[in-house]
Structures are given as C-alpha cells and as structure tokens.
Design a protein around this ligand. Structure first.
Ligand code: HPA
Length: 246
C-alpha cells in the first residue's frame, strides 16, 4: 500500500485520532527534521505524521528545515504527502475557517534552503513544476470533501511569503493583482522539495483570517485561533474521508 504522510501546520501539531504505533527521531544529511516522525493508524490505515513547526509549536516558517523534513519522509518510504497549512484569505471565496485545495503557487519567499540539487556532483536538474500539486491527490481530496459534506474551494493560487510577520495591505493588493487567492508562509520550498524527490504532494489550506487590509483593523491571534479551531476540525474529518477512499 502507498505510504501516506500528513504534515501538520499551525493549529495541527498533533493528530488527535491517530493511534500511535511508533515515534522516530531521524538524522538526515541536511540536519534535523522539525520533530519526531509519528507512525500511527488513522481509520485503520498507516499514516506518518510530522509537525512542521515542531511539537510544541516553536519553529518559525523561515527557520523550518524543509529539506530535512522532506528527506526524512522519503527515507521512511513515503510516496504521498498531504500538507496541512494555515493561510490568510485574499479573494472573496476564501473566508475564514473555510478550506481550499490549491492548484497553483507563487513563491515570494527568499533565503531558504530550497533545493536538493545544489552541488555539481548532484548534476544539473531542473524539475518540472508546471503543476506544483499532484492532480490525483487533489482530486481525491475534493471527492473526499464532497462525501464528507465539507464545503471546500477546489482551486486556488497559494502565495508563499517569508514571514514570520504578516503582510502589509499593499503587499496583499499586489499579491491579488498577481493572481493569489491565499497567502501562507510554509508552502515553499516544501512543495518543490517533495517534487524533487518524486513524492506526490497536495495541500489542505485552512483559512485562518482575512489577509491584511481585507477587513477594517488589524489581524489578531485570537481571531486566527478561533477560525483555525473550526477549520482544523473539518480538516480532521476530511483526512479521515480521504483515507477511506484509498
Ligand atoms: N499571511 C501569511 N500567512 C498566514 C496568514 C496570513 O495572513 N494567516 C495564516 N497564515
């Protein structure tokens, strides 16, 4: 059976329904992953869970060792990755607590270790990244959402910013003009690294807040936590429905 991993983001440091079988602390040629890899059973299927920001949630988006995380999953034989991420909503459909399954990415992040192919000895490799998210995994998530009666947006462009600060209103206006529907801080280089290692990757993006300047006033952590609470409860149901389809 294909090995599935779930990477949890802000609001999903642990998978409540996972029956834990083992915990592994791995070393990789790129250093230490964010946390131990937890193998468990969700709906009778084996799943590996990794907390992207560590457990407890302490690692800032620009400090995450994305290469170690993805390399570690590959070492464990993972072929499919569902990456859960908290995001801000830019376009009208992307209301707080809602879920989107993005199909495109624009990368605004910088200064991150973003490739496994950096030395001459690795050879010069340009991976195709036309469709950054795996279409089959995306379709399965969309079907699972329909079966579980969870309303989602089946398309969206994810803009990845550097963080850890949130954006200015003008930055969000520019991102909207660029075509971004969602803004997050962890989608890249995670998606590209998975592709470099030939792993299928898709994202469940959970909208935590309206992006900067989309509402009156400032964005508060209280608001983010409240929306994530609802969005992550739906995400847990979506993951179970997704697993039942495999
Ligand atoms: N911007 C960037 N990342 C985020 C946001 C946001 O507004 N909300 C949650 N993650």
């Amino acid at each position: 059976m294909t090995k599935l991993a779930i990477i949890g983001g802000t609001g999903l440091t642990q998978l409540g329904d996972l029956k834990i079988i083992k915990r592994e602390q791995l070393k990789t040629p790129y250093g230490s992953p964010s946390a131990e890899f937890i193998t468990g059973e969700l709906n009778q299927q084996e799943v590996i869970f990794l907390a992207r920001h560590g457990n407890p949630h302490t690692i800032a988006p620009h400090k995450i060792n994305y290469r170690a995380n993805i390399w570690g999953l590959k070492q464990l034989g993972v072929e499919h990755i569902i990456a859960v991420a908290a995001v801000g909503g830019i376009t009208a459909e992307m209301v707080p607590a809602h879920i989107a399954i993005p199909d495109q990415i624009i990368d605004y992040s910088y200064d991150r270790q973003h490739t496994f192919f950096e030395h001459e000895k690795d050879g010069l490799t340009h991976i195709d990244f036309t469709y950054p998210y795996n279409q089959k995994l995306r379709s399965r998530l969309i079907t699972a959402a329909a079966q579980a009666n969870i309303k989602i947006s089946p398309l969206g462009t994810y803009g990845c910013t550097q963080g850890p600060r949130l954006e200015t209103a003008a930055e969000i206006q520019r991102m909207e003009r660029d075509g971004c529907d969602l803004v997050g801080m962890t989608g890249m280089p995670e998606a590209a690294l998975a592709k470099e290692l030939d792993m299928d990757y898709a994202s469940i993006s959970v909208i935590a807040n309206w992006a900067a300047g989309k509402t009156e006033g400032e964005i508060t952590m209280v608001e983010i936590e409240q929306h994530l609470h609802v969005g992550m409860a739906n995400t847990a149901e979506l993951l179970k429905a997704f697993i039942a389809l495999s």
